[in-house]
Design a protein around this ligand. Structure first.
Ligand code: ACO
Length: 320
């Protein structure tokens, strides 16, 4: 059994910013409503020439640089995304080609906003068992391409971006545990229809549909449970956690999980105000921000958690 350690982080946010004020001119909404209900002020949106894989490439290169690892040494690539470049080949395969990496395994994980946590959990198992030595684990989303910009209840929430980590087999303890769950009975509360089949049926482009209020209630309960599960699995108490990196879905959901952990908001990494909900990219984007600005230090314990369409939810407890 090997340890799996995060040795480098990286991220990318598109240049274009859309503010809440920008939405006021095209939708029946206000900056005040969006900020009060979600904590979001603005989000980044990709340019015409950009794709999920082009964002993932920049995030991956930043993480490789930070880890001091050459792309040619990577033996596993996993991308969590629900907005892939193509249905197939996977965005991970497209990224592999962009990076010029050899013939390693490369695949996407489709677990909505929990995509990065799922990808990290899978890579952790690969490394623990000796199946890989150096993995690129990424969350990347072009959410703006799967939104209905006439639906004020979804389009104001989501943003684009990518975050990446290099996960390496190590002598040192790194990932302490990962946890993944799902419950398909909630499949109709948050979904995107199949763009090939359903587009033909209803004549509309496939786009995200969310019953936000119902999602909200289940998310709060479920994330509180997974915090307990993660701490128990490691015989740890709330005070052992130095940082919380939550999926950035809604500031009110984040605050309630922090309260459950008795964690002051200064120990919670927040990006939601500037980035909105970047789905699978939100956790690695926040991790990279807090590593690079010096908040998260080597040896500290970080709890990451996420919840999304499925429903799917998960967590990772990590010694940095
Ligand atoms: N501006 C103004 N009014 C709006 C807007 C808007 N942008 N959007 C919705 N409203 C209106 C609604 O139409 C509704 O009006 P009505 O009462 O006249 O019918 C009213 O505001 C209240 O709507 P709710 O949906 O009840 O508002 P809520 O307080 O629940 O906030 C939100 C909505 C922000 C979406 C919240 O429910 C939420 O964050 N849910 C969780 C989202 C989440 O965690 N998703 C999981 C991850 S995402 C993924 O997996 C892809």
């Amino acid at each position: 059994m090997f340890n799996a350690k995060i040795t480098g982080t990286g991220s990318y946010l598109p240049e274009k910013i859309v503010t809440n004020k920008d939405f006021e001119s095209i939708l029946d909404t206000t900056d005040e409503w969006i900020y009060a209900r979600t904590g979001i002020r603005q989000r980044h949106v990709i340019a015409e020439h950009e794709t999920t894989s082009s964002m993932a490439e920049i995030a991956a290169k930043n993480a490789l640089d930070a880890a001091g690892v050459d792309a040619s040494d990577i033996d596993l690539i996993i991308i969590g995304t629900s907005s892939p470049d193509r249905i197939f080949p996977s965005t991970a395969c497209i990224l592999q080609n962009r990076l010029g990496v050899g013939d390693c395994a490369a695949f996407d994980v489709q677990a909505a906003c929990s995509g990065f946590i799922y990808a990290l959990g899978i890579a952790h198992q690969f490394i623990k068992s000796g199946g890989a030595k150096k993995a690129l684990v990424i969350g990347a989303e072009a959410n703006s391409r799967i939104l209905d910009y006439s639906d004020r209840s979804t389009c104001v929430i989501f943003g684009d971006g990518a975050g990446a980590v290099v996960l390496e087999a190590s002598e040192e303890v790194g990932i302490l545990s990962t946890h993944m769950h799902s419950d398909g009975q909630y499949k109709d509360l948050l979904y995107i229809n199949n763009p090939i089949k359903d587009q033909q049926q209803d004549g509309e482009n496939a786009h995200m549909t969310m019953l936000g209020n119902d999602v909200y209630k289940v998310a709060v309960k479920t994330l509180s449970r997974i915090v307990d599960e993660t701490l128990e699995a490691n015989n740890m108490t709330k005070s052992d956690v130095d940082w919380l990196i939550p999926h950035q879905a809604n500031i009110r959901i984040i605050s309630s999980v922090a309260k459950k952990l008795k964690m002051p908001m200064e120990r919670v990494v927040l990006t939601i105000e500037e980035q909105g909900n970047t789905s699978a990219a939100s956790v690695p984007l926040a991790l990279d921000l807090a590593v690079r600005d010096g908040r998260i230090k080597k040896g500290e314990t970080v709890l990451m958690e996420a919840f999304g369409g499925g429903f799917v939810w998960g967590s990772a407890l990590v010694k940095m």
